[in-house]
Design a protein around this ligand. Structure first.
Ligand code: FDA
Ligand code: COI
Ligand code: MN
Length: 492
């Protein structure tokens, strides 16, 4: 019933983890049929140099940045063109061999881990920025284009692509996970920013989800196929081109930090800022434990308290007024220690350190690796859910700094865990699971931005209900009747 890698993993795991592992890995597995002949056929499509069965290459492609156990693909294929992707997909489909698209491996829910072996399809060599339409505020990229590289390329155009997960991820991988980050409160997530996708279906057909070459801000033309593939986590097809929205680089940017004595006061401030209609670019929460890690790792000297990191974007005219209104709201909620960063160097230092929080948290326990969580609730429930989460962390006696895209009601705990310490691993798993249940109990979701992957499949059922997940399974069957695309992900 279980594949070789999973069996090995189960053998190594502590018996205390067994119940949840059994549930997570309980999906029926199929035997991958990667024979020598099959590998030769792959080589005849993409060339010898683009096919690797070397252990190091398979290992590099068998995991992402999450705590999930590695799942080795049998073979890694590097595609250089849409035709490569199409022919490799058709070959896998005809032979019922699993196919796992690989972007840049920065995912946090085990999305690229090959649970049943098969072919890992690395698309990083397809790295062309096809076009930038500056007047239309959009651009079209191949799947190897990374978000930071895209923004460097755009520098002279006065435009930028705002979606900023902490890692430098591929833009198409970000489509696949429906990523977001610190700018989502102003600019939205990938869902709001993708205009069109070219997708290679498992049988090799190529579709454009909004029609070939279309890149309008609006459309009422039929079903929203584009958003069906946003967040599909490689389970429906391989994204080979994405057209995404761009924005003008703001004339002026002000970053700021302030502190509070309670989570409630910090979140009340956020709600009031949003109620005043102030178009904040970033509204990030860091709890006292996170600030301690932040100070230690990034050499800051911030007051250790519940804190908000803020950013304002806009024309110079009026931005100071926005800042002053927010300052008043901070004062009204007993906030203190407000400091601004206006020069680019200072701002970049602050946000770079925020993006590096995961590594800062690991520095709290030498030898640890991150175990991250991701829940999202309607903002009115946020203080209660954060406070209850802090109680769970305290009760379990583990270290768990909290960081949140609080303007969106989305937050994470970064648990630094030594993975050999199964007792702590289990405690952390329990807290994450209970956090997800708590969030769902408050009309929230078990994942705001990291996706379901292999880690949250049982939670998806609880979130959507059996009927909802069954409707998703039917969509999956329509596009992928042989079930070759990234098996064992999203669905149990
Ligand atoms: C330090 C740090 C910080 C953050 C994050 C990671 C890390 C390491 N992330 C998570 C991560 O960066 C995000 O999920 C990216 O969208 C993953 O993009 P990759 O290209 O790395 O996809 P990766 O290669 O990891 O693949 C992820 C999933 O997408 C599929 N996929 C990839 N490319 C595909 C393609 N071309 N076609 C079809 N399927 C494809 C894969 O099969 C897999 O299921 C995050 N996220 C977030 O939303 N907000 C955040 O703040 C952060 N912060
Ligand atoms: C490791 C993750 C929790 C990273 C993330 O999503 C973030 O820093 O916002
Ligand atoms: Mn995040």
């Amino acid at each position: 019933m279980f594949s070789r890698q999973v069996k090995q993993f189960l053998k190594r795991s502590s018996s205390t983890l067994w119940p949840y592992l059994q549930r997570n890995y309980g999906a029926p597995s199929r035997q991958a049929k990667v024979t020598n002949d099959f590998v030769s056929s792959l080589k005849s499509i993409v060339g010898d140099k683009n096919v690797s069965t070397a252990d190091a290459v398979r290992e590099q492609h068998g995991h992402d940045e999450s705590h999930h156990e590695i799942g080795l693909p049998d073979v890694v294929v590097f595609a250089e063109s849409v035709q490569h992707v199409s022919e490799v997909s058709k070959l896998c489909n005809d032979n019922v061999v699993s196919l796992i698209p690989f972007g840049s491996g920065t995912g946090l829910e085990g999305g690229v881990n090959a649970l049943e072996g098969g072919v890992c399809l690395d698309v990083t060599k397809m790295d062309e920025i096809i076009e930038v339409n500056a007047e239309d505020f959009d651009c079209t990229v191949r799947p190897g284009v990374m978000r930071i590289g895209l923004n460097n390329y755009l520098r002279d155009t006065g435009l930028f692509f705002p979606i900023d997960p902490g890692a430098d991820a591929s833009v198409c991988g970000m489509c696949a996970t429906s990523a977001s980050g610190t700018n989502a409160v102003r600019y939205g997530t990938m869902r709001e920013n993708v205009l069109n996708l070219e997708v290679v279906l498992p049988d090799g057909r190529v579709i454009d989800t909004a029609g070939k070459g279309r890149r309008t801000k609006k459309t009422s033309a039929g079903y929203n196929l584009t958003n069906l593939f946003v967040g599909s986590e490689g389970t429906l097809g391989t994204i080979t081109k994405a057209t995404v929205r761009l924005y003008g680089v703001p004339e002026k940017t002000i970053s700021a930090v302030c502190h509070f004595n309670s989570v409630q006061e910090a979140v009340d401030t956020v709600v009031q800022v949003l109620q005043c209609g102030i178009p904040m670019a970033k509204l990030e929460f860091l709890d006292d434990v996170a600030i301690e890690a932040f100070n230690k790792f990034s050499k800051f000297d911030m007051t250790v308290a519940q804190s908000l990191f803020l950013e304002f974007h806009g024309p110079a005219l009026g931005l100071e007024d926005q800042f002053n209104t927010v300052k008043e709201l901070i004062d009204m909620n007993n906030g203190f220690g407000l400091k601004t960063a206006i020069e680019a160097d200072e701002r970049n230092k602050l946000w770079k350190a925020r993006h590096e929080m995961v590594w800062a948290c690991c520095s709290l326990i030498p030898g640890s690796k991150p175990y991250s969580t991701d829940v999202c609730v309607p903002i009115s429930h946020l203080p209660d859910v954060i406070v209850k989460t802090k109680e769970m962390i305290k009760e379990a006696n583990v270290i768990g700094p909290i960081v949140g895209h609080v303007g969106d009601g989305n937050f994470h705990v970064f648990f630094p865990v030594d993975h050999a310490d199964t007792e702590t691993f289990k405690k952390v798993y329990d807290i994450s699971h209970r956090m997800a249940l708590l969030a769902m109990d408050r009309n929230g979701t078990c994942t705001g931005e990291h996706g379901i992957g292999m880690g949250k499949r049982d939670l998806l059922i609880r979130e959507l209900g059996e009927e909802g997940v069954e409707a998703m399974r039917q969509v999956k069957k329509t596009f992928d009747p042989n079930g070759i695309m990234n098996p064992g992900k999203v669905f149990c």
